[in-house]
Design a protein around this ligand. Structure first.
Ligand SMILES: [Zn+2]
Length: 322
């Protein structure tokens, strides 16, 4: 029995570990709740060590990759800031390497998800890609030749806090008008909540009875069933998605755009309005020559292929490289 390579995704609500095979399959899993934000950082590390021990089944792992929902420094040593975790500059990588007794790689979760798509998912073989992960907020990464561009300080790909509306909605980051305030799971739910009183759709009736039942998956299910309010929410979020992607395409001209995260489970309910707004927002994107050919190529926009385990799979891919 060879020592396993383990990926761990440390999110705001759960810590998910998996043994990942060289071809990207998750063969064993373990899950724990995230202890919270206002707790000692060591409690999150305890939870992580426990789930790794559970999946490794008594073996010391060959290497462990950690995908953290936060800003990871350029050296991959510390989590500088994480809105839902207690880490604020802690030397997470070296602490975990000591406790786990093996090599540990630390990387931002959206970057890990993008690496997984490049290695085993829909971005395989693409020379360049922009990957956007729509969850509670927006995570992202820029892939070049299958590798994530980390930026000078490790902060590349934080697309969620690009300002798209001057004087717009306040954001958790302390600024206003950030893209994720209009394009995220949170934005999808809020779109519905803001219209419960005025809409006669079945989803609005449900929401007036019990606002707690308006969740991202509930809006997705309602949209798939043709609920007008849910479809309008996806039209809005999809349109904002296309607008932000057009800005990224203007800056980077990638081969491919990939959208993952829970909101992308809606497929074309999200991607169709996004593709339309992308083409219309990109200079030349909606123009054709006299012969009818497009003036400029609009990159393909695809749903991510690896689902909610992409973060831990990508973390394991990075761990396997050390
Ligand atoms: Zn922000």
């Amino acid at each position: 029995v060879s020592a396993p390579v383990v990926g761990v995704d440390v999110g705001g609500t759960k810590v998910l570990a998996g043994v990942v095979s060289p071809d990207g399959r998750v063969t064993r899993r373990a899950l724990a709740g995230t202890p919270g934000r206002r707790v000692p950082a060591s409690l999150v590390e305890d939870a992580l060590v426990a789930v790794v021990g559970e999946v490794a089944d008594g073996l010391t792992p060959a290497a462990v990759g950690v995908a953290a929902a936060g800003f990871v420094d350029a050296g991959g040593e510390r989590v500088m800031f994480a809105p839902h975790l207690p880490w604020a500059g802690e030397e997470v990588r070296s602490v975990l390497a000591r406790r786990l007794g093996c090599a540990v790689v630390l990387e931002n979760d959206a970057t890990c998800a993008a690496v997984a798509e490049a290695e085993h998912g829909v971005a395989r073989g693409a020379r360049s890609a922009v990957v956007v992960t729509l969850g509670t907020g927006i995570g992202g990464a820029v892939l070049l030749e299958g590798r994530a561009w980390r930026g000078a300080h490790g902060m590349a790909g934080e697309f969620g806090h690009m300002q798209v509306v001057p004087d717009g909605r306040p954001c958790e980051c302390g600024r206003v008008g950030c893209w994720e305030q209009y394009c995220s799971g949170h934005a999808l739910v809020r779109y519905v909540q803001d219209r419960l009183a005025e809409s006669t759709s079945p989803l609005a009736v449900t929401g007036r009875q019990d606002p707690g039942r308006i969740t991202g998956p509930a809006v997705t299910a309602a949209a798939a069933a043709g609920d007008p309010l849910a479809l309008a929410a996806f039209a809005s979020v999809g349109s904002w998605l296309g607008l932000g992607l057009a800005n990224l395409v203007a800056a980077l001209d990638p081969d491919l755009l990939v959208v993952g995260g829970g909101v992308s489970d809606a497929g074309d309910l999200l991607l169709a309005p996004a593709r339309a707004r992308l083409a219309a927002s990109l200079a030349g994107g909606d123009r054709t020559t006299r012969e009818g050919a497009p003036v400029r190529a609009v990159p393909a926009l695809l749903a991510a292929g690896l689902g909610p385990e992409a973060g831990l799979v990508g973390a394991a891919v990075l761990a396997r490289r050390v």
